[in-house]
Design a binder for this molecule. Structure first.
Ligand code: 2GW
Ligand code: MN
Length: 296
């Protein structure tokens, strides 16, 4: 949460006491109506955030799934690029979930960084691979992450870091603006519109992208528990939300407002035409070969 003091946002988010200047960007929305900051390039001093988080002892668990063909297609590039750009200077552990642990590439890791591989079953439907991440993440937080890390960030694997994705992104609960929707009218948002689904929603604040979300371990546990519970209820009722886990995540963040919102700089698709407001592309969508990857 933040309060305005002469153009500076003083973050009362439990994570850190560094400032964000909301006035340094007049071309974009830098604060939500519930006074959470929306992070854009130019609003923060990276050094101050890193120092504050180091002082506080922040540490980050990154979860990523690489099941079936997604391991060969994306994992190595994801991890190598993350080593160059993700939370440098903080303690980071990657939790890689895969059905083929023996195929995880060996990555040269920086100091204070480690990688753990966890075997998971391969669901036959891709929708289930994506949705079941919620339960798996929750279980790992309960069993291990909560004892060792302050924060958790959950990522899709089909992306590549290309610039700093740093401690300014850490917050109590963190959602990402979807690159394709942040400038569209709300009526275009692809929320689940089926009243029979737990993800059903009429209106919302933004359309969030499930490729990146995070927060303190306690909040990410709550997010993944709630989404998983809704997914199971839908299954019992024989319905599936239009965008699977992403629909449930949008519903969650409508009812439980994120304390920090990441601009689309934090997950951009280069297929979108040039935008003057995106000054830094920190994470990029990897090209997708649907034909090849989605045979089930
Ligand atoms: C997914 C779709 C079709 C075929 C396979 C898979 C698949 C996904 C897979 O075979 N193996 C696997 O590890 N995954 C994991 O699920 C992987 O981490 C991947 O990044 C993630 C989500 O699947 P993805 O990236 O193909 O879906 P997108 O890019 O369309 O993602 C959005 O929508 C999804 C729900 O439909 C999720 O909410 C995702 O978080 C969103 O970004
Ligand atoms: Mn993806």
């Amino acid at each position: 949460k933040c309060s305005l003091q002469s153009g500076k946002m003083l973050l009362l988010d439990s994570s850190v006491d560094a400032t964000l200047s909301v006035q340094s960007r007049s071309d974009v929305q830098t604060c939500t109506k519930w006074k959470a900051p929306i992070i854009w390039e130019g609003m923060f001093d990276a050094r101050l955030f890193d120092e504050a988080h180091k002082r506080k002892g922040s540490s980050v668990a990154l979860t990523v799934f690489a099941v079936g063909k997604y391991l060969d297609a994306y994992l190595e590039i994801f991890l190598n690029s993350s080593e160059k750009h993700f939370m440098l200077g903080l303690r980071v552990t990657y939790y890689v979930f895969t059905d083929t642990p023996e195929k995880v590439p060996s990555i040269l890791l920086g100091p204070n960084r480690s990688l753990k591989v966890i075997r998971v079953d391969r669901h036959s439907r891709w929708q289930d691979i994506s949705m079941m991440r919620m339960q798996t993440i929750s279980d790992l937080i309960e069993g291990e992450i909560r004892h060792n890390f302050t924060h958790v960030f959950c990522f899709d694997v089909d992306q590549k870091f290309s610039e700093r994705f740093g401690s300014e992104a850490l917050g109590d609960s963190v959602a990402l603006l979807h690159a394709y929707f942040y400038r569209l009218p709300k009526k275009m948002y692809t929320y689940d519109r089926n009243p029979l689904s737990k993800a059903y929603m009429e209106q919302g604040d933004f359309y969030y992208h499930a490729a990146v979300f995070g927060g303190t371990w306690r909040n990410v546990k709550a997010i993944t528990d709630a989404c998983y519970k809704s997914i199971v209820e839908d299954k019992e009722n024989g319905v599936e939300a239009i965008w699977h886990d992403e629909s449930h995540l949008n519903k969650y963040f409508w009812l439980n407002k994120p304390s920090r919102v990441l601009s689309p700089e934090y997950c951009w698709d280069d297929n979108i035409r040039y935008r003057t407001d995106v000054l830094v592309k920190r994470l990029l969508w990897a090209p997708k070969d649907y034909e090849h990857l989605r045979i089930n």
